[in-house]
Design a protein around this ligand. Structure first.
Ligand SMILES: Nc1ncnc2c1ncn2[C@@H]1O[C@H](COP(=O)(O)OP(=O)(O)O)[C@@H](O)[C@H]1O
Ligand SMILES: Cc1ncsc1CCOP(=O)(O)O
Ligand SMILES: [Mg+2]
Length: 305
């Protein structure tokens, strides 16, 4: 049975899916941006949490980009226009972050700088909710999150239709307690909202899980593959956000989100084969990010709903 049949027969997806063919133009676009990242070593700066900041920088380097991390608004705003993209992750917060992140998001928006948001632990704590609500006025180009975080952000931004409120469990920490399927509607609504406010009228949302979802608000792609070992290292999702910003520096939001997620699925599968537990998995994963070819990334499993 093929991947598509497996998914169509399982409860991983409630909609019918078809494989994106080898000759579909989107695969050639993905191959080209993966090549461009390796050739151009784009800089994506990050304001990210201090649990996983080192893995984010290492993953960006291994994927072919360069990294710069800072918590100072003036650092971020002065580098924003030289960076291809900025990455903001709200996993760990300090009291000054509320004002800092408002200043940064306002600057990025006013100067039409592209950025990726990882709303880690969305729904937990008054401070985080206030910060994430504030981003509605100065929105990112891409939201990359797990399913629970996408659902919480959708609630916070009041994007639900009156009669279509999604039932979900609410946050329980940084791990998802909801399925990717539950977040399809939320992901599309968020992507459409981001696109309406984007200077290029394009945006994307990437929801990770056993089968990832990537949407620009119109098309919904599903990405099987990867490794469950990714849930046994901290920062798999955070570093995917950073690498998505690396790709956004050279690609449109949909192709950037697809390419980064496909790279992660191919690399984590290789790492699982070569490792013996979480420690060696993380090392093998960084090596695989470095060694995977643009052709392998573009050929990764990709389904269209
Ligand atoms: N059960 C799984 N099987 C395969 N890949 C997974 C699984 N869970 C997560 N991943 C992968 O791990 C990476 C991080 O996703 P996830 O764990 O959902 O993010 P987060 O750490 O933000 O919760 C993504 O590349 C995703 O595809
Ligand atoms: C454990 C933890 N606590 C606050 S941020 C963080 C890292 C979360 O990383 P990821 O979402 O990539 O698993
Ligand atoms: Mg996360």
């Amino acid at each position: 049975m093929s991947t598509v049949d497996n998914l169509n027969n399982s409860n991983e997806s409630s909609v019918s899916l078809r494989e994106v063919g080898a000759d579909d133009p989107i695969r050639e676009q993905i191959r080209q941006v993966a090549t461009a990242v390796r050739e151009q070593t784009p800089l994506a700066q990050s304001f990210t949490n201090f649990v996983t900041i080192n893995l984010v920088a290492n993953a960006q380097l291994a994927a072919g980009g360069t990294a710069a991390m800072s918590f100072l608004p003036n650092d971020i705003t002065s580098l924003a226009e030289q960076c291809g993209a900025t990455y903001i992750n709200v996993g760990t917060l300090l009291p000054f972050y509320r004002d800092a992140l408002q200043e940064i998001s306002e600057h990025l928006s006013r100067h039409q700088c592209q950025w990726v948001l990882d709303p880690v632990a969305a729904g937990i704590g008054v401070a985080r909710t206030e910060i994430l609500k504030g981003f509605k006025d100065y929105p990112p180009t891409i939201v990359r999150s797990n399913a629970s975080e996408a659902l919480a952000l959708h609630d916070m931004w009041d994007l639900a239709e009156e009669d279509s409120s999604e039932e979900h469990q609410g946050p329980a920490g940084v791990e998802s307690v909801d399925s990717v399927d539950q977040a399809i509607g939320a992901a599309k609504d968020i992507a459409n909202y981001l696109a309406q406010h984007s200077p290029t009228h394009t945006a994307a949302v990437a929801v990770s899980g056993a089968v990832d979802l990537v949407t620009d608000g119109k098309r919904v792609f599903r990405l099987p593959g990867g490794s469950a070992m990714m849930t046994k290292i901290t920062g798999a999702g955070c570093s995917l956000g950073g690498v998505t910003a690396t790709y956004l520096a050279v690609a449109d939001p949909l192709v950037a989100a697809l390419s980064a997620s496909m790279l992660y699925n191919v690399a984590s599968q290789i790492a699982q084969r070569h490792s013996h537990g979480p420690g060696s998995f993380q090392v093998e994963f960084l090596d695989a990010l470095w060694n995977v070819t643009p052709e392998e990334i573009a050929a990764a499993p990709l389904l269209l709903a």
